[in-house]
Write a protein that binds this ligand. Structure first.
Ligand SMILES: *[C@@H]1O[C@H](CO)[C@@H](O)[C@H](O)[C@H]1NC(C)=O
Ligand SMILES: *[C@@H]1O[C@H](CO)[C@@H](O)[C@H](O)[C@H]1NC(C)=O
Ligand SMILES: *[C@@H]1O[C@H](CO)[C@@H](O)[C@H](O)[C@H]1NC(C)=O
Ligand SMILES: *[C@@H]1O[C@H](CO)[C@@H](O)[C@H](O)[C@H]1NC(C)=O
Ligand SMILES: *[C@@H]1O[C@H](CO)[C@@H](O)[C@H](O)[C@H]1NC(C)=O
Ligand SMILES: *[C@@H]1O[C@H](CO)[C@@H](O)[C@H](O)[C@H]1NC(C)=O
Length: 802
């Protein structure tokens, strides 16, 4: 072979090689490509979005329209429109659950694996939540550009973590409606491409300028006329509504009928969805499998239309997967499949995840159950979101987000953020006598015991993709201590036998310090799988107490999993010096835990859910009441209403520093007058019913003047700098306790503090929003009288008078 030929072959090979990513980056074929398919009006970026959507619709036959009603849109070749898969997932990183995402083919083999949402929430850091979503959006666009993902993602999960047994509680931002709302706003804004976090202060400034009044609906120019409504990627608030049960006893999510009072609906189940749509402007809403008070969510016109008419929703509504089929097949709500399709479309479901509408819409039209205009209405909602994503703007690689590619996925910045999220979220539950941090230079050897110690991808929890650099908890410790040994102690997390105890015992006896990594994984809690017990599975607690009894020093117990665990056996055991909850900490979790154990990071996370004792499992999981009912020993749910004992309370979380608080102003007791003297006329008009409370919707114009700042100082008494989460709660005046929350969160803020110094924080209290409660008819009322603000163990009276 002559050298020229060899060179030519090598050159050819080289060209072929460097061409691989190139040719693949062209693999998604976009609509509106020249020379044949760019002259339709729907491709004309100069026209308003509704006009373009209408233009596309006008070109379609009925059967072409029906084909658009499934997540798997097979495209319209005659118009140059390629297939589009609506279903991609991105809960805490690009995930493989939906068919829109693939890691198997294409130049991007992995994406950043952030902690599961419940752990990220524990940071109580809005900036972090926003940053994570922004990073996921970049990776999403990068994957879309090379044909490995869609542009429409079905996250976040913003149902309330109502019952500790719920298999998907891990996916949520916890049990408090205000926290879940705040999380949803940051996630959706970050993901859809907003540049700044909503934050605590920014929202207040916005309101002060009067640009947006509380609870006003579709005030922004958004999604309607093609201005200011661009989407980087589309987020979806799910699952609407009152969905939080998988499979428990005779109850399955597919046929469950959630009986919800108007009061619970208004102050617990609905607020996250209202915020997700009204404040964050999410472009998708997913209706859930379950029925709410007898009507399957995807068939509930009143429920779905509320989002459009009251909250200004301008996106598309998708059913959960096969949730149109379940209207007929599991809920038995209609007499035929066609009726199920008809009622879903009429209610406002725009697209069906699954094939049910593909199969049954034609005959539903033929039987006169569905009108073509009803399909048109749905398609316009779908097309408008696609247009806002730029899908019909021509070659997207030349577009604004076209530059993102493999070089923007799994970057060191992104992986650092995943590590940062785990560090900020991890919760120190117990730390007797400042047992931690360990002094890294003085530790000779470690034993890391337990079934989760060597897990890698399992550290992601539910809805994961392929992490960039999966590492185990052992990997994290080995970076600090060379002499780190391991025994799983149990065959797996279920730990059905103690056969591996002898090995774990002998390894633990050798080591100076022992760390046990126990808890739960997806074999215990996941989609379609609720727990029946809150105890550690199988022989796990026996393993822990056995090792604690023979180790040289007290041990460190690390707990994995999203749902609360009853570890009361360990709380009082002096041989178990420390308990740390790591949730599902993602790909940075091993490193984050080791940094905390060895004092390179001062933990500051707090629990976003109540940890109930095992006795709570006698409560019927299908009982949706939030409020206690002592007539049948029903203890109520979440810190706002639960009256029974706890293992750890909502908001519990220690640090290596001690913090104390002071309220600097206002003075001990302050009085706010709703009406000044000139406004007595208004007073006459606005008071309805009992005179010791006011309806918030009737005093809207006074709400701004009632707001007042509260100045707090936080003293860090410890030898470490650290971030701590400040939580300000409120309690109703005497006489209003019946049906009111025991306390409710007014505001939270993660604050960075320096060792032995004071840090000040200002929180703006908005009485209409923060001190009001919902009455039994679902109306927001502001009680008059002495409200109590609670900050740690400080009590502060704010009196509201007319
Ligand atoms: C989408 O539909 C096409 C045509 O029916 C089919 O070949 C393909 O497998 C479907 N894709 C998925 C993910 O179901
Ligand atoms: C619903 O109908 C199915 C048959 O389609 C039947 O098996 C099931 O028992 C029914 N469920 C209820 C709750 O009536
Ligand atoms: C951890 O698991 C991997 C396989 O997943 C195995 O190769 C390795 O030996 C295990 N490490 C220890 C310390 O057991
Ligand atoms: C409490 O439970 C009883 C018995 O189930 C019921 O009759 C009553 O209406 C409930 N009270 C409230 C306030 O929900
Ligand atoms: C924090 O306070 C507790 C209880 O008062 C005390 O035992 C502990 O030593 C303190 N820790 C630090 C770091 O000051
Ligand atoms: C909140 O998170 C951001 C992003 O990781 C970080 O820069 C900031 O320091 C965190 N704030 C506190 C108070 O910990």
């Amino acid at each position: 072979m002559s050298s020229t030929i060899t060179t030519a072959i090598i050159l050819l090979l080289f060209i072929t090689l460097i061409n691989i990513p190139n040719s693949q980056s062209q693999s998604p074929k976009f609509p509106c490509q020249p020379p044949h398919h760019n002259s339709y009006p729907f491709c004309n970026t100069a026209l308003p979005i509704p006009t373009r959507a209408q233009s596309l619709l006008s070109l379609l036959s009925l059967s072409e329209k029906i084909k658009r009603l499934s997540n798997n849109d097979t495209g319209i070749p005659r118009l140059g429109i390629p297939p589009y898969e609506w279903w991609s997932e991105s809960l805490h990183g690009i995930a493989s659950n939906g068919p829109g995402v693939t890691f198997e083919t294409g130049p991007i083999p992995a994406a950043t694996g952030f902690p599961q949402v419940i752990l990220t929430t524990s940071s109580f850091n809005r900036t972090l939540w926003f940053s994570i979503a922004s990073v996921i959006a970049v990776e999403a666009r990068a994957m879309y550009n090379v044909g490995q993902a869609g542009l429409t993602f079905w996250a976040p999960t913003i149902n309330i973590f109502r019952d500790p047994r719920w298999g998907r509680g891990q996916e949520t931002p916890g049990e408090d409606p205000m926290v879940v709302s705040a999380y949803s706003v940051e996630y959706v804004r970050g993901f859809q491409g907003e540049k700044t976090t909503e934050g605590r202060n920014r929202y207040q400034d916005t309101k002060r300028k009067g640009r947006r009044r509380v609870l006003s609906g579709a005030d922004d120019n958004h999604g309607g006329d093609g201005g200011g409504d661009e989407l980087m990627v589309s987020a979806c608030c799910k699952h609407f509504s009152a969905y939080d049960l998988e499979f428990w006893g005779n109850y399955a999510r597919y046929n469950f009928n959630a009986i919800v009072t108007e009061q619970d609906m208004q102050d617990t189940y609905e607020p996250p969805f209202r915020s997700c749509i009204q404040k964050a402007k999410a472009s998708c809403l997913m209706c859930s499998y379950n029925a709410v008070n007898g009507i399957p969510a995807c068939a509930d016109k009143k429920l779905l239309q509320k989002a459009r008419t009251e909250w200004g929703f301008k996106g598309y509504i998708t059913s959960d997967c096969d949730a149109v089929a379940t209207i007929y097949e599991y809920q038995n709500y209609t007499k035929s499949p066609e009726d199920a399709v008809a009622i879903a479309l009429k209610a406002g479901t725009d697209i069906n995840c699954g094939t049910y509408m593909l199969i049954h819409t034609k005959s539903a039209v033929e039987k006169g159950k569905v009108k073509e205009e009803e399909i048109d209405k749905a398609l316009l909602n779908l097309f408008k979101v696609q247009l806002r994503l730029g899908l019909y703007d021509g070659d997207l690689i030349k577009g604004k987000y076209g530059k993102f590619g493999p070089q923007d996925v799994c970057t060191s910045n992104h992986k650092n953020l995943a590590l940062e999220a785990a560090k900020q979220g991890i919760v120190l539950l117990k730390n007797d006598n400042n047992f931690l941090p360990l002094k890294k230079n003085l530790v000779s050897s470690l034993a890391v015991i337990g079934p989760m110690a060597n897990a890698t991808s399992k550290l992601g929890g539910g809805y994961i993709g392929v992490p960039c650099s999966p590492k185990s908890i052992i990997d994290g410790f080995k970076k600090y201590i060379k002499k780190t040994s391991h025994s799983s102690g149990c065959v797996d997390v279920a730990c059905a036998s103690n056969s591996k105890f002898p090995e774990a015992i002998s390894i633990s006896k050798e080591a100076e310090f022992v760390i046990i990594v126990a808890g739960i994984d997806l074999s215990q809690e996941t989609e379609d799988h609720d727990r029946f017990s809150l105890l550690l599975p199988g022989y796990q607690s026996a393993l822990i107490t056995t090792i604690a009894a023979i180790s040289k020093k007290p041990i460190v117990l690390v707990l994995t999993g999203g749902g609360p665990l009853d570890v009361s056996f360990a709380q009082g055991d002096p041989r178990i010096a420390t308990i740390i909850w790591v949730g599902y900490p993602g790909e940075g979790g091993g490193a984050a835990l080791a940094q905390i154990v060895f004092g390179d990071h001062n933990p500051g996370g707090k629990l976003p859910v109540t940890w109930y004792p095992q006795s709570f499992t006698s409560v019927a999981m299908n009982d949706m009441h939030m409020r206690p009912n002592l007539s049948h020993n029903y203890p109520g749910r979440t810190y706002r209403f639960y009256t029974g004992p706890t293992v750890y309370k909502f908001g519990h979380g220690l640090s290596y520093s001690n913090y104390t608080y002071n309220i600097l102003s206002p003075p001990t007791k302050s009085i706010l007058h709703v009406f000044n003297s000139q406004k007595t006329n208004i007073l006459q008009q606005t008071i309805t019913g009992s005179s010791n409370y006011l309806y918030v919707d009737k005093i809207q114009q006074h709400c701004d003047s009632l707001r007042f700042p509260i100045q707090i100082s936080i003293t860090n008494h410890g030898p470490f700098d650290g971030s701590t989460v400040v939580m300000l709660f409120a309690q109703v005046p005497k006489g209003f306790e019946q049906g009111a929350p025991l306390k409710q969160l007014v505001e939270f803020e993660r604050v960075h503090t320096l060792s032995y110094l004071d840090t000040n924080l200002r929180i703006l209290v908005d009485p209409c929003k923060h001190l009001s409660i919902v009455d039994e008819f679902g109306k927001m009322i502001l009680p008059l009288g002495d409200h109590t603000l609670l900050l740690d163990d400080l009590h502060h009276i704010v009196s509201i008078a007319m």
